[in-house]
Write a protein that binds this ligand. Structure first.
Ligand SMILES: Cc1cc2nc3c(=O)[nH]c(=O)nc-3n(C[C@H](O)[C@H](O)[C@H](O)COP(=O)(O)OP(=O)(O)OC[C@H]3O[C@@H](n4cnc5c(N)ncnc54)[C@H](O)[C@@H]3O)c2cc1C
Length: 455
């Protein structure tokens, strides 16, 4: 998102830009939960880079893996050979899952940071749910269920059978863990209500802290917890996951939990390529940048978006909050809005340097933070002063923000809103998600113009 924003703005001013990515598409991470729970096909949240820059003759897209760089010369080493030297080099390589060295986590858990991750998790979840579900059309109707069976449909009283059971453990109660738990919990809840579950399906979220959604207020945290519990998600605090095995997790108190699917939402760090760049790094292995987004010691090199520790110069009061650990200077969070705005700002500064002018510090326009917990349920703390809203209104704010973020990727934001309307109002989740094709966003793209998603 950051790299595309920078390239788009530079291209508008006729600057020649080479965009290098291992994928031939831009991915829209905020909708990965919907892909993982079969509510959206993966190609709807990824857009070919060639399409994005079709009307930008000064942009060249190269599909290659970046393996390192010579930052002094601004030459990039890639799987397709070296590219450069360039006058300016912008690093916008995003984030990757941080497993914190937890044994087995990389091998056995499912992170959710890319469309490929989301597609892998979708296949795993739909396979597991099919295993414990009745075939389509064979659902038990309310009338045919006995009173006891009907009572068992209450999430709190779900049967815990030793066989025909699937358990999803979600590691981490931050936005990724909560949003995934909400999406998976809602899917299971819908299957229960539709009488589709022949066995049982449990969703558990484990966090070593004592609250969900750490950057949010206590009220928002409690709202999120109540919403997850209402759809049957079992939330356990005060326990860290210390190991992941093929069939379960080990917790910090020495106990184990069986798990068929472990979703890793434990945190992010810089992607591996950063270690090969020789740039100054700090918290999370990310590149420490100056206020104008330049990388100190390397003239003409910049870092933006998730990959950078961007100083929060705008609002020291807020910056002293949750985003930076003690001993680290306050930095901006890893958010789509930071990525897009820093992309625009770096383009502005590069153009200033090209014209022989001075650069400006990046001033983030904070629109707030929000997390979606499910259909019609979200928490949002809007604006710099964190005006707090919950429930359907927060969900609408979430849609608005994401429509705005998507506008950098797709011109048909109305298509996204139309899809969202169906997503909220049609209560046919279980049927759609397991049996048929998920509702598509009517982007109206050329059918040949599809991203290549190699899962
Ligand atoms: C599940 C999830 C949900 C989220 N929800 C929200 C939300 O609701 N709201 C919000 O504001 N933010 C959200 N975010 C955060 C937001 O998506 C990110 O902050 C944003 O995408 C960061 O943009 P970026 O350009 O820095 O990185 P990315 O968008 O990740 O782009 C990095 C690019 O670099 C490429 N790349 C990396 N390494 C290499 C290499 N070695 N060679 C070649 N290419 C490489 C990748 O393929 C990728 O295309 C979410 C993130 C996740 C994971």
């Amino acid at each position: 998102m950051a790299g595309v924003a920078a390239a788009t703005h530079l291209a508008k001013h006729g600057v020649r830009v080479t965009v290098i990515d291992r994928n031939d598409y831009l991915q829209f991470q905020p909708l990965l939960y919907q892909v993982a729970t079969s509510q959206l096909p993966a190609e709807d949240v990824a857009r070919p880079l060639q399409t994005l820059f079709a009307d930008s003759p000064t942009v060249t897209v190269v599909q290659a893996e970046v393996t390192g760089a010579d930052l002094q010369r601004r030459v990039v080493h890639t799987s397709q050979g070296d590219i450069g030297p360039a006058d300016h080099l912008v690093v916008a390589a995003g984030s990757t899952a941080n497993f914190f060295g937890t044994p087995g986590a990389a091998e056995h858990s499912f992170p959710l940071y890319s469309v490929v991750d989301a597609e892998r998790l979708r296949r795993q979840l739909s396979g597991e749910l099919r295993r414990v579900c009745l075939p389509a059309g064979a659902e038990q109707t309310a009338a045919s269920r006995s009173a006891d069976e009907a009572a068992a449909a209450d999430p709190a009283d779900r049967p815990v059978a030793s066989q025909d059971q699937t358990t999803v453990v979600i590691v981490g109660g931050g936005p990724t863990g909560v949003e995934t738990a909400g999406a998976v919990g809602e899917l299971v809840d819908a299957l229960v209500r539709e009488g589709r579950l022949a066995g049982s399906a449990k969703v558990q979220l484990v966090d070593h802290g004592h609250a969900l959604l750490k950057p949010f207020t206590q009220e928002s945290q409690q709202y999120a917890l109540a919403k997850l519990q209402k759809i049957g998600v079992d939330v356990e605090f005060g326990l860290a996951v210390t190991g992941v095995q093929a069939d379960g997790v080990t917790l910090s108190d020495g106990s184990t939990r069986p798990a068929h699917t472990v979703v890793w939402g434990g945190g992010v760090s810089a992607p591996p390529v950063v270690a090969n760049l020789g740039a100054p790094t700090g918290h999370g292995g990310r590149i420490d940048v100056a206020a104008d987004l330049s990388v100190p010691g390397f003239p003409g090199v910049w870092a933006i978006g998730d990959v950078a520790n961007i100083p929060d110069t705008h609002d020291q009061e807020r910056a002293a909050g949750a985003d930076s650990p003690p001993g680290h200077p306050p930095t901006l969070p890893q958010l789509g809005s930071v990525a897009v705005q820093s992309g625009e700002a770096v383009a502005h500064n590069i153009r200033a340097v090209l014209k022989g002018k001075g650069t400006e510090p990046f001033a983030y326009r904070d629109k707030g933070i929000m997390a979606m917990i499910g259909r019609n349920a979200a928490v949002a703390e809007v604006g710099r002063h964190r005006h707090e809203i919950h429930g359907p209104v927060a969900f609408i704010a979430w849609l608005g923000l994401h429509a705005m973020l998507l506008s950098g990727v797709h011109s048909r934001v109305d298509a996204f809103l139309q899809w969202a309307n169906g997503y909220v109002h049609k209560d046919r989740a279980a049927r759609l998600e397991l049996d048929g094709q998920p509702d598509r966003i009517a982007w109206d793209d050329d059918s040949a113009d599809r991203p290549t998603i190699d899962a």
